[in-house]
Design a protein around this ligand. Structure first.
Ligand code: ADP
Ligand code: MG
Length: 703
């Protein structure tokens, strides 16, 4: 064991109380944990503000040199506070402490000069800093490093024990002074050389105490590379393990069902991209290895059709399939279109959702166990224990981001061996994210829309232009088309959201009155029957306008609808906007997506709306979304059910390092699949350190 694995309480400056808080607040339990608690950013320590120049509330942190003119304790009880009046010749400021009042009082000295560091607030023209970090100018000169000083993430509770950003910095200084010599290289020497990486000790030193911009850059690269290499070694090992097991169902026959459908039923020519993907899937199905394939393609690109063809192949080989959709509406819609297209072929399809009545459900379950159903379509109701297949061989999961991984895992347990799995998503996953999160899946993409579709025109309007929007809707309705109006649904305040929707519904109903117009509303809280009825009315064209929350994001297919109005569009994420837009443009007519927003927009919201207007390319939007929001937000959502916890690499920025690390990992594993050779010992340990991070998406371990 390395001395670095010791408890953090052995560090100078850390007592029991601070140790406990460091663990709780930052997950820092050992010395090594602190060593890997990297600065969030750096401030130029040579930059000393003049108090008189700090007039902008927008500045996050300032540092100035000032003398204490007055020190006093005011108030009592929980209002007790220490106030220090300081000045630097250019102006005055007030420093305030509410916690540790007596302790601070003893530490500070009137008439002495200090370096003050903190978040300024300006109130009535007065500059205040609450709980600043403060140190004597003498102490400030003893710190290591060049001109840049790390600003460390901290929390309010840590701040209360003098472990704010600068307090942590001081601990890191102690850590390096006493334990820096124990840092050992974590990668094989040949590897460090071959990839021209900065040695670990140098990298860790420079990430905390950059000697120069250039050294910092090299340090970052090294640490990011190592982190991403760990992830890649892990995911790629899973993939090679799956291949090596060779226990995939073999489905070599192309039989009557597939041929009958392909030759007689397919109402159109497949696109080139669809043909390619069908080929890729067929290749997997005869390979003897279990398929784990991710299929990406924009809304309407024809993914479902590809999944259906694979299910027909499975049936030709005596295997059952299932198709799991994220919502009731979508499941029923898939069922309607699949049973329509395959009617009379002898392909037995059924649908099972939470709303399926008991008698019907019992019948379906019995048939399923007898092998009398070839394809079962449904929602997560398919995952229930009592849903037992006779011989499940192929699973399609539609819109994967809606399902937790836990849920998916249960499907694999429904046969003696793992079925082939096709995970479909219309939310394009940026390449770097896919390689990291789905690194053990093979990827296919349908990057071509069926012919004859006109690109959707997207326009951004402000409230003042609403009448023009209504005018456009009337025109389209007169031409026989239909429109959606969507209101945002934000989980935290459901009540208010539904109020939005109801108000909107009333408003739209007044603008588009009966008998000329028929407006209906749809939202997630309605009963299944009501939803079905509303959808039927819209689908059959009885209703002209569907007012809805974002429940329609996934899965509504009404080719006659040509207008999508998105209210408060600034409140939607980019991928959600793109999904919603995909609800129109499914027919041959020109379609429109209208983004309504308020006048005041944050810079980020503006970028989102501009991007929507500019492009229909889902992959480009996904890349941009990743850049705007960062990987944490995309993958950290409840619905994604995925964990990714990278300390330093940023999937939005570090695409090239991901590629380099993946290539390196592939090369290593090719030569030494188990990382068994002695010179790869450090790599094996690295992989093991990362193996629990991706456990949740470890498809190969689930059976
Ligand atoms: P996705 O699941 O990718 O959203 P679907 O499979 O639901 O797309 O297809 C969208 C629509 O396009 C459906 O009405 C489908 O019948 C139709 N479609 C699919 N492939 C083609 C094609 N090659 N040519 C014409 N229309 C197609
Ligand atoms: Mg679909």
């Amino acid at each position: 064991m390395s001395p670095l694995d010791n408890d953090i309480k052995f560090l100078a400056g850390v007592d029991e109380r601070r140790a406990t808080l460091l663990g709780k607040e930052l997950g820092v339990h050992t010395l090594r944990d602190l060593l890997y608690h990297f600065p969030r950013r750096y401030i130029d320590r040579s930059k000393i503000y003049r108090i008189g120049d700090i007039r902008d509330d927008g500045v996050a942190w300032v540092q100035f040199r000032a003398r204490i003119d007055g020190l006093s304790i005011l108030g009592a009880g929980h209002k007790k506070r220490l106030v220090a009046e300081v000045s630097d010749g250019s102006g005055h400021a007030q420093l305030v402490w509410f916690q540790g009042v007596d302790w601070m009082m003893k530490r500070l000295e009137r008439g002495r000069e200090y370096i003050v560091f903190g978040k300024p607030t300006i109130f009535n023209g007065e500059l205040d800093i609450v709980h600043p970090e403060i140190e004597s100018t003498l102490a400030a000169q003893e710190k290591p490093g060049g001109g840049m000083q790390g600003v460390y993430g901290s929390t309010e509770k840590l701040g209360a024990v003098q472990l704010g950003a600068k307090g942590i910095y001081a601990l890191v200084c102690n850590l390096w002074r006493d334990f820096g010599k124990f840092v050992e290289e974590g990668l094989p020497e040949w590897f460090v050389k071959a990839n021209r990486l900065m040695p670990l000790r140098e990298a860790l030193y420079n990430i905390h105490f950059p000697q120069s911009e250039q050294m910092l850059k090299a340090a970052r690269y090294r640490l990011k590379f190592e982190e991403l290499l760990g992830v890649q070694l892990d995911v790629l090992s899973h993939r090679s393990g799956r291949m090596a097991r060779g226990d995939g169902f073999v489905m070599g026959r192309v039989g009557e069902l597939f041929n009958g459908f392909f030759n007689e039923r397919l109402p159109f020519e497949l696109t080139g991209a669809q043909k390619r993907v069908v080929k890729e899937i067929r290749r997997d199905m005869v390979s003897g290895c279990q398929m784990n394939r991710l299929l990406q393609g924009d809304v309407g690109s024809g993914k479902t059709l590809v999944a259906l063809m694979a299910s027909l192949l499975a049936a030709d080989n005596g295997f059952q399939s299932c198709l799991m959709a994220p919502t009731e509406i979508l499941a029923r819609q898939h069922y309607a279109s699949v049973s329509g297209m395959t009617e009379g072929l002898g392909f037995r399809v059924a649908v099972l959702t939470g709303a399926t009545r008991k008698r019907e459900r019992d019948r379906i379950l019995a048939q399923l166990e007898q092998g009398e159903i070839d394809l079962l379509i449904g929602t997560h109701a398919l995952l229930e224990q009592r849903v037992a297949f006779a011989n499940l061989g192929f699973v399609t999961i539609d819109e994967q981001h809606r399902f937790g991984v836990e849920q998916r895992a249960r499907l694999w347990t429904k046969n003696r061996s793992r079925p082939h799995i096709l995970v479909m998503t219309a939310t394009p996953i940026p390449r770097t994210l896919a390689m990291t999160l789905y690194g053990d899946l093979d990827a296919s993409a349908i990057d071509e829309l069926p012919p004859g579709r006109k690109p959707i025109k997207t326009i951004h309007f402000r409230e003042a232009e609403r009448l023009r929007v209504f005018g456009a809707m009337r025109r389209e309705i007169k031409l026989g088309r239909q429109a959606y109006v969507v209101y945002p649904l934000i989980r935290e305040s459901e009540k208010m959201d539904y109020q939005n929707l109801y108000d909107g519904f009333e408003y739209i109903s007044q603008e588009f009155p009966l008998p000329e117009y028929h407006v209906v509303a749809l939202h997630g809280k309605m009963s299944g029957d009501d939803k079905t009825e509303v959808m039927r009315m819209f689908k059959e064209g009885v209703a002209h306008i569907l007012v809805a929350t974002s429940v329609i994001e996934v899965g509504v297919d009404v080719p006659n609808a040509s207008v999508m109005v998105i209210e408060s569009a600034e409140r939607f994420g980019l991928s959600q906007l793109h999904q919603l837009r995909g609800r129109v443009g499914r027919g041959a007519e020109q379609s429109y997506c209208i983004l309504m927003s308020g006048d005041k927009l944050s810079r980020e919201a503006r970028s989102r709306l501009e991007a929507m207007v500019e492009t229909n390319d889902g992959f480009r939007l996904a890349e941009l979304d990743l850049k705007l929001r960062g990987a944490g937000d995309i993958t950290g959502t409840q619905q994604s059910g995925m964990a990714i916890d990278l300390k330093i690499a940023d999937l939005g920025q570090d695409g090239r390092i991901v590629e380099a690390a993946r290539a390196a990992a592939m090369g290593i594993l090719e030569a030494d699949p188990l990382l068994a050779s002695p010179e790869n010992l450090l790599l094996r340990q690295l992989r093991e350190r990362y193996s629990n991070r991706t456990e949740e998406i470890d498809f190969s371990q689930i059976s």
